[in-house]
Design a protein around this ligand. Structure first.
Ligand SMILES: Cc1ncc(COP(=O)(O)O)c(C=O)c1O
Length: 346
């Protein structure tokens, strides 16, 4: 077969193996579905739109609703069915990609797909957790796009504002773009908008999949300068956001109150899970600013299978450098977290 670009032949698939389990804590999803009343409202709104008509070319209504909510110019907002797609567009546009390691795997995967030159700078172990190797990042960031998940995945760390600011200034200096991936920002109470407002070399990536409890719906957005947004919008297919997703997103943006409840619940559960795991004889949880915990175990394979034997599914992370023995567990409902702890201590 010679139809395709050679670099795409035999590429590995996105690293995820679906498994069934009674307690599913492997995908950093919200433990709660959308509140029933809001779900009914959204269904009703979907029923009122014409399904035979194409949606807006560029998700105009949702972009406008987001622009109002976040006080951002609508020309600087791009909406897509999942922030993963925006990552692909950013990587496709980029002259080169700089990443941290470990990191959210889709940055590297998207770079392999797009054939975009890719480099990653190792995090620095610090105390129980991880810090940025700022010096190395500043040195390596000479052009293109730097992806920085803050709070970070899969470590759960939150990097200090001064470090992010230094990277933003470097982006401006070299004419590059710092993409702060804020997928977990609600669980850390951070918001990098002030930085991005001042510096057009900073863009923010956000998702409805975590605190907004809409992982199954597939929706994310970019907030950037109109110039950056224009390029990324152009890389998305026309009419990319379906009418039913549009109706649903407009509903939740009109009644976003449930998000804070999800966030408070998850943060409470995260802290009690962390405290409970600290007493474990051999497992060590890392402090987290997200909706998951990274846990070091003496043997990730053994720990993973022990949990699975008790009906609890988590995600192995021990294939990453610096993360030997690590598992990632999503903070679930109280009863799910209890089941996880019982299995961990069994
Ligand atoms: C850091 C980070 N960015 C982006 C995403 C993807 O989000 P979406 O569901 O909007 O594609 C995830 C999903 O786990 C993530 O962890």
């Amino acid at each position: 077969m010679t139809a395709f670009k050679p670099h795409l032949m035999g590429l590995s698939r996105y690293p995820y193996t679906p498994l069934e389990a009674r307690v599913k804590l492997d995908q950093n999803e919200s433990p709660f579905d959308l509140p029933e009343a809001l779900k009914r409202q959204a269904l009703e709104r979907m029923g009122r739109v014409a399904w035979n008509r194409y949606p807006s070319l560029d998700a105009r209504e949702v972009r406008q609703a987001l622009a109002r909510r976040w006080d951002w110019p609508p020309e600087g907002v791009v909406v897509a069915p999942g922030s993963n797609l925006l990552i692909q567009a950013l990587v496709q546009a980029a002259r080169r990609v700089l990443d941290t390691l470990p990191s959210f795997p889709h940055y590297a995967h998207a770079a392999r797909l797009a054939g975009t030159p890719y480099r990653a700078v190792l995090l620095r172990p610090e105390g129980e957790g991880f810090a940025l190797d700022l010096e190395a990042l500043l040195l390596q960031f000479t052009e293109g796009v730097l992806f920085l998940a803050n709070p970070h995945a899969p470590t759960g760390s939150l990097f200090p504002q001064e470090a992010v600011l230094a990277l933003a200034e470097r982006a401006q200096e070299v004419g590059g773009l710092l993409v702060v991936d804020e997928a977990y920002r609600e669980f850390a109470g951070v918001d990098h908008r002030a930085l991005a407002q001042k510096n057009p070399h900073v863009a923010l990536l956000r998702t409805f999949s975590k605190a907004w409890s809409l992982g199954g719906v597939r929706a994310g957005y970019l907030m950037a300068s109109p110039e950056v947004a224009g390029v990324i919008q152009n890389l998305l297919p026309p009419f990319a956001l379906p009418v039913h997703t549009t109706a649903l997103l407009l509903c939740v943006l009109e009644a976003p109150g449930y998000v804070e409840e999800v966030v408070q619940y998850v943060k409470r559960e995260r802290e009690s899970l962390y405290e409970a795991l600290k007493a474990h004889p051999t497992w060590r949880p890392l402090r987290s600013h997200t909706n998951f915990l990274l846990v070091r175990t003496p043997d990730a394979q053994e720990a993973f299978h022990k949990l699975l034997a008790h009906g609890v599914l988590v995600r192995r992370q021990d294939h990453y450098p610096l993360l030997s023995g690590a598992l990632r567990v999503t903070v679930g409902r109280a009863e799910e977290n209890r089941a996880f702890l019982e299995a961990a201590y069994a």
